[in-house]
Design a protein around this ligand. Sequence first.
Ligand SMILES: O=C(O)CCC(=O)C(=O)O
Length: 287
Amino acid sequence: MPLHRLRLAALICQQFALGHNSNLVKTRRAARDQRRRQRHAAARLAQRNDALAAKLRQQGYLRLNPGYSAELIAALKEGAAFADQPGASVAMGGRIKESVRYIVDPLGKVAALRELLTPELAATVRAWFGSEFRIDSVRMWRIAHVPPEEQNRYHYGNLWHVDGHPLDTLKLFVQISDDAAATGSAFRLLSRTDTRRAFRGGYLDPHHVLGAARRLVNENAVFFDGPPGEVMFVDTDVCLHRAGIPAPGQQRAMVQLIFKPADEAPAAGDYFANVPLDPNVYEGAIA
Ligand SMILES: O=C(O)CCC(=O)C(=O)O
């Protein structure tokens, strides 16, 4: 091969090697910077979620707007229609059966439910438990009006109560009805501190809320009456709470995710992969 061709080939090889090496250096630097950015972002997220979990622990509830898209909210509203579809749902009222209807297997019917657990919400759940977690059940239901003479009787959590779940249970309520405030149907609760006060000051049971406890539920209730897409974590075992009763002809729907602690994250990070059917939702059950 003539000498000038050999030189040219050597030059090309050298440039290729140098270029390759300098790209390699750049790639390594970019990867290191990216890892550093991710570490900082994770630390910031952990700090923020520790603070949110601390607030949730202290208040017993935490109201947030996770920024769900309009499409997601529309899909949830559409999905809620299953609650009035015979065969897709069951009537579970305490005295008036049709006053509340739960969707059977909501995850199987409303795919959009799988989008509710944003990374930020998941991080808050993790921070609250101090461990990994799993979704124990997903619930979707609607409540309806009950006549005034029935309103002091139990139909669907319409009387002030705390839940009897094991204490390692956390619920996320997702608002999907437009007008919870206007129709009187908003879910409401007392903070953890006010619940303690109510128990010391006249709360005997859902049918007997006397003296200071009555004042607390009338004056200090926190209403979950924001727009669709708003969420509220509630430790329903330590906060007195109840459903509002929709005005005549109105209904209010809700989605709920129930969390439990777990030893490890689910395979492929898919928290919805193995959620069992809710054993409490069946024909003949009471909400
Ligand atoms: O607002 C409701 O429908 C009642 C919910 C409730 O009492 C609960 O999930 O424990």
